[in-house]
Design a protein around this ligand. Structure first.
Ligand SMILES: *Cc1c(COP(=O)(O)O)cnc(C)c1O
Length: 247
């Protein structure tokens, strides 16, 4: 059991290397984030023992529960990768170094408000719905330039790049299309040279499609199942469309 996480990690790291080789990229240019929703502490500790340091949570409550238990490992860093409700920003800005899921102005405003109070700044990614699936969060690709420009007005927010969830249960070509779209939006935004908008991070690729994402330029992949095994809750619980966007 304890060897399973370690063995899975070796496999994923090896697959990352191969995808880098196949696309002429350097392995140092791709970060591995472990998606830890529903994953028990013991498995996180196994990942830490295997040398992993970057973890991502989807819900403020789970982050709040896990954060103190992991604080003893001082190399550990948390990102927030799930849908973020405006009434949860206070907790999240306390614990994480990067928020991947900023997808609307109202959330930017709530973050700014909280960060001013806390006298902090925060690195963020703008999440884009590149697959146009209703069941996923993220700004529509057509709205992103305007959103990034609006977010760049908040001096507490550093827009470091973009995040997407590729089309699920799709062919390689369909997911590749999502990742290429994200890359092309990155290029468009860079040309605008907005203040505090750096656009160096492309967070894309999960267990089923991270090799394709690396080939298409991902600088950060988010992997859960391939390392920790299947989850007991369906992903719709985390990505649910029925949640009101601004609760
Ligand atoms: C769960 C999750 C992942 C990891 O998904 P797997 O398919 O288990 O690798 C990546 N990104 C986000 C936003 C997630 O919610």
């Amino acid at each position: 059991m304890s060897h399973l996480v370690e063995a899975n990690l070796r496999t994923v790291r090896r697959q990352m290397e191969l995808a880098c080789q196949a696309s002429g990229r350097q392995i140092e240019d791709v970060q591995l984030l472990l998606a830890t929703k529903t994953v028990p502490l013991e498995k996180l500790q196994m990942a830490i023992q295997a040398g992993e340091t970057l973890f991502g949570e989807n819900k403020a409550q789970e982050l709040r529960d896990k954060f103190p238990l992991m604080q003893q490992y001082d190399q550990v860093e948390w990102h927030f990768i799930g849908h973020l409700q405006t009434n949860k920003v206070k907790d999240v800005v306390k614990y994480v170094t990067l928020i991947h899921s900023v997808d609307r102005l109202k959330l930017g405003q709530a973050l700014h408000h909280q960060l001013v109070k806390a006298n902090k700044t925060m690195d963020i990614l703008v999440q884009i719905n590149t697959s146009y699936e209703e069941s996923k969060f993220g700004a529509p690709p057509e709205a992103v330039l305007e959103l990034v420009e609006q977010l760049s007005q908040f001096e507490t927010l550093n827009v470091k790049g973009l995040m997407t969830i590729g089309k699920l249960n799709a062919t390689n070509d369909e997911t590749r299309h999502c990742f290429r779209l994200l890359k092309s939006i990155q290029t468009q935004i860079r040309e605008k040279q907005f203040p505090r908008v750096e656009m160096s991070v492309l967070s894309m690729g999960m267990s089923g499609d991270f090799q394709v994402a690396i080939e298409e330029g991902a600088t950060l992949i988010r992997v859960g199942t391939s390392v920790f095994g299947p989850r007991y809750l369906p992903d719709s619980y985390y990505w649910n469309e029925n949640m009101r966007q601004d609760e």
